[in-house]
Design a protein around this ligand. Structure first.
Ligand SMILES: [Zn+2]
Length: 240
């Protein structure tokens, strides 16, 4: 079991850096120009290597959940959002089934599409009672969390692009602005130059904006509660 998980984790890491056995580079669209995926990187089996990337995908639901508070995003819904932000990368199992990276069922294929995010959102809508939320909030929060995964992948500078519009198109897309370094990390490499560059780009382009979103939402909530308090106090004063 451990060996299987290690292989799966390594497939995930390899996928993010474009290393796939026997798979030719395919072209991905990036704002009208075409680009080949990153050069192969030699990796060993160390599960910890891909963890920062997985954790970074959870930044979006965490920021929204913490910013909006438990009354809007209860704990159960927050966890559903975190799961939705991570599950698209389960498609690395395709490597174990010898499915090509560039195939629709390959990594960054079907599970990274808007259609997949919609299905996940509809599932959340159906489970809104269990998630202690309204249908609209469950659908919106989980759907946004799922699609955020694809959008973050699109601004990484490794692997293939994302099949965003599957099943209407199998074309892989990158954003024109690819700022997040995609690289494996291991405890032994965290303090290497490349490892620090990856951490720096994820902090700068994902975690820092996420912290700003949390701060902005908290400020709005405080302003909103102060306004409500003053309005209620005024109504009490004029009431007979
Ligand atoms: Zn992904």
């Amino acid at each position: 079991m451990v060996t299987f998980l290690q292989r799966t984790f390594t497939s995930l890491v390899n996928a993010h850096v474009g290393r796939t056995q026997g798979i030719k580079p395919v072209r991905s669209r990036s704002l009208g120009r075409r680009k080949k995926h990153a050069a192969p990187v030699n990796l060993s089996l160390e599960p910890i290597k891909f963890m920062p990337t997985i954790l970074t995908h959870a930044a979006v639901p965490l920021a929204l959940g913490l910013g909006l508070g438990v009354r809007i995003i209860p704990k159960q819904l927050l966890w559903a959002g975190i799961v939705a932000s991570v599950i698209p990368d389960l498609d690395v199992l395709a490597f174990r089934l010898n499915i090509a990276y560039s195939h629709d069922l390959g990594h960054r294929g079907v599970t990274h599409s808007v259609a997949f995010a919609l299905v996940v959102a509809l599932l959340a809508l159906a489970m809104s009672q269990q998630l202690r939320s309204s249908r609209a909030v469950a659908f919106s929060f989980v759907g946004l969390s799922a699609v955020s995964h694809s959008l973050l992948d699109m601004i990484t500078n490794g692997g293939l692009g994302v099949a965003l519009w599957w099943p209407w198109s199998s074309e892989r897309f990158f954003a024109a602005w690819q700022v997040i370094e995609v690289s494996p990390l291991s405890l032994s490499r965290v303090f290497s130059t490349r490892g620090l560059a990856v951490l720096q780009s994820e902090i700068l382009w994902v975690w820092l904006p996420a912290a700003l979103v949390v701060t902005a939402l908290l400020a709005l909530r405080i302003i909103g509660s102060n306004f409500t308090f003053k309005r209620d106090a005024a109504q009490k004063r004029v009431a007979p």
